[in-house]
Design a protein around this ligand. Structure first.
Ligand SMILES: *Cc1c(COP(=O)(O)O)cnc(C)c1O
Ligand code: SF4
Length: 390
């Protein structure tokens, strides 16, 4: 904090000092001619998504490797990038953390023996199509296969972006019936794909039907729109969400570059509408496998009223081995956060265990020794302390 010097002008209002840290994302080189109204219209953003190599070429200087990776991966997992997200990519640097998340790379073409089509066994734990019921009191509910940007590291590559896997109306009805018939289910993670890819009307109906089930308590929207299409957060959308509280929003920021003025504004509006926002970061080699980057990201997220919730170890989905980091990297990140910055900025590091084991939290070890009633502990700075159980 700067201390005010006597006689100097008063410091700017607090909201300005916060928002000043969030520069607008810009238009990038492909969409400089778009009008303000077009740019701010989420449907325009959807319609103008980059899905071909020609479109990508207008936004960035495509490398031969990216060109080949696109040609060989597109049939399996489409490319889709909103103009907004494309504008955050460095046009000249293929290692740009935003670009790595959205543009195909050759690593995707390598399948390792450890790769699995459905690493989390989400299909196996499906009592009815479109519902994964793994934990006692909550379910994942797949509502659409669409996302504004197809993340190259997506764990649901097997179905996301594939129109034949879209949740048909009949499937959604089946999911609603399952939840209604299971009084132990009190928390619904509305997921996909990205549920904000649904129209306002369909979202309104879905949330309304869920809220009408008496034993349903918590609704969560798992959405990356705050990161990839912040224009989606319209007043109409918020009007709907406000009707069905408590609605939690869990989003997926992976890098400080994604914390733009537009994203800030979208989070502000969602938070003002009464939704607590959590962040589920995926640990990705070359994107955020560095304690300093995660610290900067999480501190920025707090300014956006987004609470870091999980850091996921990159899972064993097919064709993402180039993103995987050793488990120690995640532990080192937690170690570098805990005690060194706000506890609010310290999420849980979890491995979603293969074959349906669910999320398992991992922690650096703070117990140095434990004998009888004597616990020898170390603190974040490495100093040792003894706690005797009374
Ligand atoms: C992650 C997940 C949830 C939600 O888990 P929380 O730890 O409560 O956030 C629920 N169901 C499935 C299948 C999941 O993968
Ligand atoms: S937004 Fe989520 S579901 Fe969609 S592609 Fe990205 S990681 Fe996958």
């Amino acid at each position: 904090m700067l201390s005010p010097t006597p006689g100097a002008a008063p410091p700017p209002l607090r909201p300005d000092s916060v928002t000043a840290r969030f520069p607008p994302g810009g238009r990038g080189r492909a969409f400089a001619a778009a009008s303000e109204a077009e740019w701010n219209d989420w449907r325009w953003q959807q319609r103008n998504r980059l899905t071909s190599i020609d479109a990508l070429e207008r936004a960035v200087t495509v490398t031969p490797d990216e060109r080949r990776a696109f040609a060989e991966s597109n049939a399996m997992f489409h490319m889709g990038i909103t103009p907004y997200y494309a504008a955050l990519m460095d046009p000249e640097d293929p290692a740009c953390p935003v670009r790595r998340q959205a543009v195909p790379s050759l690593g995707e073409l390598t399948l390792t023996p450890a790769d699995m089509l459905d690493p989390l066994a989400e299909e196996r734990d499906m009592p009815v199509p479109g519902i994964t019921h793994r934990y006692p009191d909550r379910v994942l509910f797949y509502t659409t296969h669409n996302c504004p940007v197809y993340c190259r590291h997506c764990t649901r590559k097997r179905k996301v972006a594939d129109p034949t896997s879209a949740a048909a109306r009949a499937q959604i009805e089946g999911g609603l019936a399952y939840i209604a018939a299971h009084p132990e289910v009190r928390d619904i993670v509305v997921s996909g794909g990205d549920p904000l890819s649904l129209s306002d009307e369909r979202l309104d109906e879905l949330l309304g039907r869920l809220r009408a089930i008496p034993h349903v308590e918590v609704l969560r929207l798992g959405t990356r729109n705050l990161v990839t299409l912040p224009q989606r957060v319209t007043e109409d959308l918020l009007k709907i969400v406000r009707r069905y509280h408590p609605v939690f929003v869990n989003t997926h920021f992976n890098h400080p570059k994604e914390c733009t003025r537009e994203a800030f504004e979208a989070c502000r509006r969602v938070a003002d509408a009464g939704c607590p926002i959590g962040n589920q970061m995926v640990l990705l080699k070359g994107v955020n496998d560095d304690p300093q980057i995660v610290k900067e990201l999480n501190q920025k997220l707090l300014l956006m009223r987004v609470r870091p919730y999980y850091i996921y170890q990159c899972d064993l989905a097919q064709g993402i081995s180039h993103f995987r980091t050793p488990v120690e990297v995640g532990l080192r990140i937690i170690e570098a956060l805990r005690g060194h910055t706000s506890g609010l900025a310290v999420p849980h590091f979890v491995i979603d265990a293969p074959n349906g084991g669910g999320k398992v939290p991992l922690m650096p070890e703070y117990v140095v020794a434990h004998e009888g009633k004597t616990w020898t502990l170390r603190n974040y700075a490495g100093k040792q302390f003894v706690y005797e159980e009374p």
